[in-house]
Write a protein that binds this ligand. Structure first.
Ligand SMILES: [Zn+2]
Ligand SMILES: [Zn+2]
Length: 184
């Protein structure tokens, strides 16, 4: 039970209001056994280092955890399929409560005078991951006809003249812009 994610809070809960600063770097999945995730466009390696910087502040019946959680992610460029690395820095403002009452559905629960910051860190990071990252804002993508990487080379491909395709010419495909994660 030496996980840095497990923080003893008995004293905080006794002295209301009181606060403490939590700062540690730890493996993303240490030592939790989260359910296996499906293959995703963007993910965090289990052994990646997550930075947790939180202030815990007690109130009657619980704690507020406020600060940031940061983790590196990896993904695949949605246009050219090259690997993309990024960093998610997520502002966190969550509650831990002794017992869930009405309105506490979103709150985490304090167990045996400990809070477990692992699920909080996981939730924060996964909600922030970009769904469809780009290797760079102006990535030119792959040629749909010959597959060449247009960032590195040009080709002579043109849209086929087959009249069955003509109606498609009027269509525009707009890229979906993902969230605010930094892509580095
Ligand atoms: Zn790209
Ligand atoms: Zn081409």
């Amino acid at each position: 039970m030496n996980s840095p994610y497990l923080v003893p809070v008995a004293q905080l809960l006794r002295d209301v209001p009181s606060r403490t600063e939590i700062a540690f770097d730890a493996e993303f999945d240490e030592p939790h056994e989260f359910a296996p995730r499906g293959v995703a466009e963007t993910d965090v390696f289990p052994e990646a280092t997550v930075r947790v910087r939180l202030r815990l502040e007690s109130f009657s019946g619980g704690l507020r955890a406020k600060g940031t959680v940061e983790a590196p992610w990896h993904g695949t460029c949605r246009r050219c399929s090259t690997p993309v690395l990024g960093l998610s820095t997520v502002a966190v403002n969550e509650r831990f409560v002794d017992h869930r009452g009405p309105g506490d559905e979103e709150a985490y629960v304090i167990a045996d005078d400990f809070v477990d910051l692992g699920p909080l860190a996981h939730d924060a990071i996964f909600l922030d991951l970009p769904l469809a990252p780009l290797c760079r804002e102006d990535c030119a993508g792959l040629c749909p006809y010959c597959g060449i990487d247009r960032n590195e080379a040009t080709c002579e491909c043109q849209a086929p003249l087959d009249p069955r395709w003509a109606t498609l010419d009027g269509l525009r495909f707009t890229d979906f812009e993902p969230g605010e994660s930094k892509e580095v």
